[in-house]
Design a protein around this ligand. Structure first.
Ligand code: GLC
Length: 756
């Protein structure tokens, strides 16, 4: 009998799990579920069956998520997590990585009365073991195939390591480069942000939940976290409903429409209501209007943080506010585990709210196949093989190349000939960990990361690359300058690598001063005075300010934090194996005083000129032009592109009609290259004033030297719509400007049309 039972158990869970303590209830449950699954009952039916067996404690346990000891937030008291897992009081763990550790935790969970498997989540933001460029860099590629590949490989490696869920994509629109988390998103534009949100969800979830190479996406941070006042992380957000609906919500909706399994709420209050306790966001919009069927996890401790917000007086009220507002799972605050049962007893919280949250969470566990086999993601041989897949590095190098933005290249200094004697100088030249950027999964050994030095030396040959550090990233010592100048004098051309350390952008890394840190720009000046041709590579997680360099140095390349293959990707671009095609997904300010600065601003009644001339009584600064250092959508190429022959199928359209737009794009230079052509509109007159321009479509087009192509766009009512004062999504009749550009400030073709 016993062997049969064990066979049954093992066959049910298809796992060689150690001999566990199987209770009589567990056995009958297993028989019951085994029977159900065999009859292909729906997930909903299987969830219902399980819910009927669960106690209130066990349901509340599903709503509880703990971190492992590797914390990504303020560390909570350890307590006895393992015992709580064994007692079925934990539904999920985060920051547990690897087959061995996830298997071990799962086996403890399967000792609970109902043997409900754990969900394992991790911040796989831009790669798991193979690290890709930070998301803001990938956004600069405007290449949805590249971005999907990056997310797909991240998912494959993550799932092979026993993890079911990534806390990504972060889709927060951000217009303030002082906010450190701009590195984690897709920049300032809603249209580009929506395209990237959809793409990343698709990459992470692949063929869908249940595939063992797919992980649940988690769209974050809901909502408007990127609009923190002053760019100070966790700060308040105060905005109109029009802005919320027009700018900040669409990427969340795009991700939901792409099938995102989960959402994560945000630390900020929105107009005085903390997001995690905000039923307008989570119930009215997300679960109500948008019909979201997945579950919402709070952000690290955010439920308990409503006390600090001054929104609730204690954890009891925090739990009540959060569950009532639609926060299904409590990450690390322990408010749910400690208070929900009492809240139900006190009649303050209906058990139906707990049932709904538990059902949403259990549904995902069934969809992932965890009740059929809790260990289906935790197979050691698969983990080893997947992590070592060299194709992942090849793809990482390709995505990195496509993320690089060429900001300046006067005198055609780039691309370089390998025959030139090159000096590589700067504090990031030999860095590895700084190439990974923030939010990379931590590994004890980063020796496999290709530094700029390694990437360039591989191209010019060992011993042929001169090097000096010059200075550190943040300190003010110039002791290394003389050596750097001497090394520069021995070279034909100098490449400087400057920028931020990997932890100078990211969570809780807001900066009031976003100039190049330390004395790096003085180092650039010192090298510049040698008279040698200089190329500057900027490695950073955000737009930085480097005005002197921008005005004096002939070639500047924004290399962000490019990940595992950073050095190789830089070499590919610098030596012309890849013609840079990136375009900025964020506006680069000339001064912090301009922030917030973005391209799709409103014109005001007294618009200042863009050319820097200042007339009194205009909306500008008396001490600085209003235009940025580099505009949204800007990026150069080694070749040049001609835009001409704009045609519209009509200059009038009814709301149920479309206008077909076409133009000819020609590669007029000597290198093959990719161009991101951008379509902008301006609604000249509307019931709510509209931005001076809005991105409404784009295409990334490859052309060989001399090749030309007819490019097509379609204008439909959707592209002309906006939220009016009643928050109705409308397209109002009137005249529209149509602009096609190589950037938001480099409009090459213009026309107008009328919506009747
Ligand atoms: C952090 C971040 C969030 C992350 C979570 C788990 O505080 O805000 O983006 O997913 O905690 O690490």
């Amino acid at each position: 009998m016993k062997s049969t039972v064990n066979q049954l158990m093992c066959s049910y869970y298809k796992a060689n799990s150690k001999k566990g303590l199987y209770t009589a209830v567990g056995l009958s449950l297993l028989l019951f579920f085994n029977n159900l699954s065999a009859q292909n009952h729906t997930v909903a039916q299987r969830v219902d069956s399980l819910m009927k067996l669960m106690t209130l404690d066990e349901k509340i346990g599903q709503l509880n998520q703990y971190s492992s000891s590797w914390a990504t937030g303020p560390v909570s008291p350890e307590g006895n997590k393992l015992q709580e897992i064994r007692e079925g009081k934990v539904g999920s763990l985060l920051n547990v990585k690897g087959v061995d550790k996830t298997r071990a935790m799962q086996e403890i969970a399967l000792q609970s009365r109902l043997r409900i498997p754990l969900l394992f989540g991790l911040d796989v933001i831009h790669g798991y073991k193979t690290i890709f460029p930070i998301p803001l860099a990938e956004a600069a590629s405007w290449d949805m195939n590249a971005i999907e590949t990056s997310a797909r490989i991240a998912a494959v490696e993550t799932a092979a390591s026993g993890i079911h869920w990534t806390f990504a994509p972060m889709v927060d629109i951000a217009r303030d480069a002082r906010w450190g988390r701009v590195m984690e998103g897709a920049g300032e534009d809603t249209y580009l942000g929506c395209a990237i949100a959809r793409t990343r969800v698709k990459g992470f979830q692949g063929k869908g939940l249940g595939a063992t190479d797919a992980v649940m996406a988690c769209v974050k941070h809901f909502a408007a976290y990127g609009a923190a006042i002053g760019g100070r992380d966790y700060n308040s957000v105060d905005m109109s409903d029009c802005s919320l609906w027009e700018v900040y919500l669409p990427p969340f909706k795009a991700a939901l429409d792409a099938g995102a399994a989960t959402f994560m709420n945000s630390f900020n209050d929105l107009n005085g209501i903390p997001a995690t306790g905000n039923s307008y966001l989570q119930r009215d919009i997300l679960k109500g209007k948008w019909g979201f069927q997945g579950f919402v996890v709070s952000d690290w401790g955010s439920i308990g943080e409503m006390i600090q917000h001054g929104y609730v007086k204690d954890q009891y009220e925090a739990a009540q506010a959060a569950i009532s507002a639609g926060s299904d799972m409590d990450m690390e605050s322990r408010c749910y585990n400690r208070n929900l049962k009492q809240l139900v007893r006190d009649g303050k919280v209906s058990v139906s709210l707990i049932n709904d949250a538990a059902r949403r969470i259990l549904t995902k566990k069934f969809e992932l196949g965890l009740f059929d086999d809790p260990f289906r993601f935790s197979i050691s041989e698969r983990e080893i093989q997947t992590i070592a897949d060299t194709e992942h590095r090849i793809q990482a190098r390709d995505v990195a190349r496509k993320s690089i933005v060429l900001l300046k290249n006067e005198n055609g200094l780039l691309p370089l000939a390998p025959s030139k004697k090159i000096a590589l100088i700067g504090p990031l030249a030999k860095s590895k960990v700084d190439m990974l950027g923030f939010w990379n999964v931590e590994w004890p050994d980063n020796s496999d990361v290709i530094s700029p030095f390694e990437g360039l030396e591989a191209r010019v040959g060992k011993g042929n690359l001169l090097y000096a550090k010059g200075c550190d990233i943040t300190d003010t010592s110039k002791v290394g300058f003389s050596e750097a100048v001497n090394v520069a004098r021995k070279a034909d051309v100098v490449i400087l690598t400057v920028g931020e350390k990997r932890d100078m952008s990211g969570e809780a890394k807001s900066r009031s001063n976003i100039h190049l840190p330390g004395i790096q720009e003085e180092l650039i000046k010192a090298i510049y005075t040698t008279g040698k041709p200089v190329i500057v590579l900027v490695n950073a997680g955000r737009p930085l300010i480097f005005n002197w360099t921008a005005e004096h140095v002939s070639s500047i390349v924004y290399t962000w934090w490019l990940g595992s293959e950073a050095g190789n990707a830089m070499a590919d671009v610098l030596f012309g194996d890849y013609n840079p095609s990136g375009k900025l997904p964020m506006t680069f300010p000339a001064s912090e005083g301009q922030i917030p600065i973005y391209y799709n601003y409103l014109n005001t009644g007294r618009p200042a000129s863009d050319d820097g001339s200042f007339a009194n009584y205009q909306s500008g600064y008396i001490d600085l032009a209003k235009s940025p250092r580099y505009p949204f959508g800007f990026g150069l190429s080694y070749t040049s592109f001609l835009y001409d022959g704009l045609k519209l199928s009509s200059e009038h359209m009814k709301s149920n009609e479309k206008i077909e737009v076409s133009f000819s794009l020609t590669n007029t230079g000597k290198y093959a290259g990719d161009e991101v052509v951008q379509l902008y509109f301006r609604d000249q007159v509307a019931s709510v004033v509209r931005p001076v321009k809005e991105l409404k479509d784009f295409q990334k087009i490859h052309l060989d030297s001399g090749e030309h192509k007819t490019v097509h766009f379609t204008i439909d009512k959707e592209k002309l719509s906006f939220y009016n004062r009643k928050l109705e999504w409308v397209a109002e009749p009137g005249q529209f400007d149509l602009m096609i550009g190589a950037s938001s400030a480099d409009i090459r073709l213009k026309s107008t049309f009328v919506l009747e």
